[in-house]
Design a protein around this ligand. Sequence first.
Ligand SMILES: [Zn+2]
Length: 186
Amino acid sequence: MPSHPRFIVDSMLGHVARWLRLLGYDTLYFRKVDDWKLIKISKEEDRILITRDLSLYRRARKQGLRAFFVEDPNVEDVLAELSKRFGVELEFHKDDTRCPHCNTRLAYTTSIAEIAHKVSKPITLRYKEFWVCPLCKKVYWQGTHWKSINQVLEGAKIKKAKLISKVSISERKIEISEVGEKIEHT
Ligand SMILES: [Zn+2]
C-alpha cells in the first residue's frame, strides 16, 4: 500500500520497530547509528523519525521532517500516539506483515511442507498458519505470545480513544470560551 507511512526508529526503540513491522509498516532500525544518519535517511526516504532523544527530535523538526518524540516508551502509548498522528492501523493483517527481525515482508503459508524443516514437529501439529521471511528465513506462527499481542493492540486502541476524547474536550473548551467572548462583546 503506497499510502502507508514509513518509519525510522532510533536505537532506544527496538520494541517499537518490531511492533510497527508486525503491523505491516516499513520500519528501519539500527542498533548503533549516528543522529546525522537517522536525519539523512529520514529526509532521503521520506520516513517519519521516532525518537526518545529530544534534541534529535528538535533537529529533525527544524529541518521540516516529520518526527515523533517518545516521552513514555510503553508500547501501548506509543502505538496509540502513532495511530492518532500518522494513521497507523492498530490491526494485524496476515497478508500484510513484516519480519520483526529484518523488516522484509513476510510470506503467509498454510503449507506444512514448506516450513516442516524449520520448526519442530509439535509446532507443525498444533498450528495451521505460518509466516516465512524470504530474507532471514525465520518462521513465525501465532503461538502463546499471540494473546499478549492482541492485548497490547486492544490496550493501544483504548488509549487512542482517550487521546482523541482529550483533544475534542479541549477543542470544545475553546469553542465555549469563544462563545463566551462573543456574548461579552455584544
Ligand atoms: Zn527476516
